[in-house]
Design a protein around this ligand. Structure first.
Ligand code: 8YV
Length: 328
C-alpha cells in the first residue's frame, strides 16, 4: 500500500530549490503569488494540513490554532524567532513547533554591523546626497559622523547573533559589553573580552552603541522603555536587528528627534510593515525593511532546516530544532 505523503501548507513563497525539494518529498501546497494569508486563510490551512510552514508575517495565535484539524502535528517555522506563534497553545494541542536557528546568525550580525557603521558614519545620508546630484565638493566640516573605533558596544542578548556581532565589533575596535539573563560561558567571555552587566540600566548609561539581539518574549517587550532610553548618553546610537517590540518605538523616535539620542539604525519595527511616521522624517536614522537574514544562502539554509525538521518529525524522531516554551 502506498504511504500517504504528508500534507504541508507553506504560507509564503520560498527560494526555488527549497520549493522543488518540498515538491519531491511532500504533498505540498505552495503560495506562488506570495500574498500573505489572512487569519481566515491560516485557519483553513491548519484545518487541512499535517504540517504548517509559516513565516514571521503569519500570526499563529490561539484563535488560528483553535481551527487546527486532527492531522496538524507540526508547525515548522521558516525563521528563528517564534514570537509569531503561540507555542504554549500549540503544544497544549499536541502540536510541535520548530524553528531555523543558526543558519542566519552571520548574515544578521553583518547587517547589525552595517547599521552601526551606516548610522554612526551617515552612510545613507551621504549616498542620498550624491544620488540627488547635490555633491558640491569636499569640505572640512561637512558630513561628519562619529568614530566607532575605541567606543563601547552594549549588546542586549548574548546568544548566537549577539556573539557574532561581538566578534565583528572587536575587529572594528569596539569593546564588548553585554546584558543577558545569565553570563555567557567563560570561553565566550575570554574570546570576546566581554564585560557582563547584570543591570541593563547601568550598561545603557555607560555604552556608546547599543545593539538589540534578544528575542521578543513577554519579558523583553519594551525592554528599551522610555525610562531606559533616557539613561543613554546623548551621543549614543541604538541599533535593532532583532524585533521591533523590544524597543518603545515612539519613545525612541521622540528622543532621536529631540537630540537626546544621536541616531538609530533599525531593521525591525513594532508594527511591521508600518513604521512610526516620526522616524521616517529623521535624517539621523537608517531604516531597513527587515532584511537581516535576506541572503540567498541564509534563505536556502532556512528552507533546508525546515525540510530536515519535517522529515525527522515524520520519521518518528525528535526534530533537531524543536522549540521548548521554557527556553523562550
Ligand atoms: C526572517 C527573522 O527573515 O528568522 C527570524 O527570526 O527575523 C528573519 O530574519 C523571518 O523570521 C522569516 O520568517
Amino acid at each position: 500500500m502506498a504511504v500517504r505523503k504528508p500534507k504541508i501548507v507553506v504560507t509564503r513563497r520560498l527560494p526555488e530549490p527549497v520549493e522543488t525539494r518540498m515538491r519531491e518529498l511532500f504533498d505540498v501546497e505552495l503560495n506562488a503569488d506570495d500574498r500573505p494569508m489572512t487569519a481566515e486563510e491560516l485557519g483553513e490551512a491548519v484545518s487541512r494540513a499535517d504540517v504548517l510552514v509559516p513565516t514571521v508575517t503569519d500570526r499563529i495565535d490561539a484563535r488560528v490554532l483553535s481551527r487546527a484539524g486532527p492531522d496538524l502535528k507540526l508547525i515548522a517555522n521558516f525563521g528563528a524567532g517564534v514570537d509569531n506563534i503561540d507555542v504554549a497553545t500549540a503544544n497544549a494541542r499536541g502540536v510541535t513547533v520548530t524553528n531555523t536557528p543558526g543558519v542566519l546568525t552571520e548574515d544578521t550580525a553583518d547587517m547589525t554591523m552595517a547599521l552601526i557603521l551606516a548610522t554612526a558614519r551617515r552612510v545613507v545620508e551621504g549616498a542620498n546626497v550624491v544620488q540627488a546630484g547635490e555633491f558640491r565638493g569636499w569640505s572640512p566640516t561637512w558630513m561628519m559622523g562619529r568614530r566607532i573605533w575605541g567606543k563601547r558596544l552594549g549588546i542586549i542578548g548574548m546568544g548566537r547573533i549577539g556573539q557574532a556581532v561581538a566578534r565583528r565589533a572587536r575587529a572594528f575596535g569596539l569593546s564588548v559589553h553585554y546584558h543577558n539573563r545569565k553570563p555567557a560561558p567563560a570561553a565566550v567571555v575570554d574570546e570576546l573580552q566581554a564585560t557582563y552587566w547584570e543591570s541593563l540600566d547601568q550598561m545603557l548609561a555607560r555604552t556608546d552603541v547599543i545593539s538589540v539581539n534578544c528575542p521578543h518574549t513577554p519579558a523583553t517587550f519594551h525592554l528599551l522603555s522610555a525610562r531606559r532610553l533616557k539613561l543613554l548618553q546623548s551621543h549614543a546610537i541604538v541599533v535593532n536587528t532583532a524585533r521591533g517590540e523590544v524597543i518603545d518605538e515612539s519613545a525612541l523616535a521622540n528622543m532621536v528627534a529631540r537630540g537626546e539620542i544621536a541616531g538609530a539604525g533599525l531593521d525591525v519595527y513594532e508594527n511591521e510593515p508600518a513604521i512610526n511616521p516620526k522616524l521616517m522624517k529623521l535624517p539621523n536614522v537608517v531604516l531597513l525593511p527587515h532584511m537581516g537574514s535576506a541572503t540567498v544562502e541564509a534563505r536556502i539554509d532556512m528552507g533546508e532546516k525546515v525540510i530536515v525538521n519535517i522529515k525527522t518529525f515524520m520519521d518518528g524522531h525528535r526534530p533537531p530544532d524543536r522549540v521548548i516554551p521554557s527556553m523562550l
